[in-house]
Design a protein around this ligand. Structure first.
Ligand SMILES: [Zn+2]
Length: 245
């Protein structure tokens, strides 16, 4: 969910996965650990250990998410690379001018899609082990058996973080708000029916959705973080709309 690639630094980490180059900007770790401090509050675990577990879960999950985008772009013949930066990542590829609407939607969806697959795999493992689980962030309880709860140990906490980022964040990321993946998909669909003013319709939809989610986050889920995040996105979409006019 980023628009521009940050300049390289002396602290960048480089490696590649299946010939896809990956670059990790130092801010990625700082922000992941910072949010870890919020995520670990009240989990009944050592703060530093909890923050490290959170950062590990965010690292694996965002890498898998970007790999989803990157592998789909490669399937269309456009060699991708991945940058992890700030609160998320970027899968960069050059489609040239022949990119179709279908390929844009598929590449946008492949990120959250890869996360849902990973989340389902972890959820399946928890259920097969004879436990039930409350999906973090969602009012959904799956399975019978004794509850697989946080506070029991580091593995349980890591699993709950993974489910939270891959499933809950994945769903939020599909909201039709710019520049989330759902925003890209919404814009591609709107362009089919209203090619002339697609961008301003997509931004108005983004403002409405983001304001609604900020309110739901604050009043229904008591999450200041979600309220701030979608409040900022609403403002962002409104600013972009001013530029269109
Ligand atoms: Zn994405």
């Amino acid at each position: 969910m980023l628009l521009a690639e940050p300049p390289s630094t002396a602290f960048d980490l480089h490696f590649s996965i299946g010939k896809i180059p990956v670059r990790i900007h130092p801010l990625f770790w700082l922000i992941a650990i910072g949010f870890g401090a919020i995520a670990v509050r009240g989990a009944g675990i050592n703060m530093l250990l909890g923050m490290a577990l959170w950062a590990a879960a965010v690292f694996v999950s965002i890498l898998v998410h970007e790999l989803g985008h990157a592998l789909m772009a490669r399937a269309f013949g456009w060699p991708p690379r991945i940058v992890l930066y700030g609160m998320g990542g970027l899968a960069i590829y050059s489609p040239g001018r022949q990119q179709t609407r279908k390929s844009r939607i598929l590449i946008d969806f492949a990120g959250p899609g890869a996360g849902f697959l990973l989340g389902a795999l972890i959820l399946g493992t928890v259920l097969v082990s004879g436990h039930s689980v409350q999906l973090p962030g969602l009012p959904v309880h799956i399975g019978n058996g004794p509850s697989f709860t946080a506070g029991a140990g580091r593995l349980e906490l890591f699993v709950l973080f993974m489910l939270y980022v891959n499933i809950f964040w994945g769903l939020l990321n599909l909201a039709p708000v710019q520049p989330l993946d759902g925003g890209g998909i919404a814009k591609a669909i709107i362009e089919k029916y209203r090619p002339r003013d697609a961008w301003s319709i997509a931004l108005k939809l983004g403002i409405g959705t983001a304001v609604t989610l900020a309110a739901v986050g604050l009043f229904l889920w008591q999450s200041v973080f979600l309220a701030l995040m979608f409040g900022m996105l609403a403002y962002n979409n409104w600013q972009m709309l001013q530029q269109v006019r």
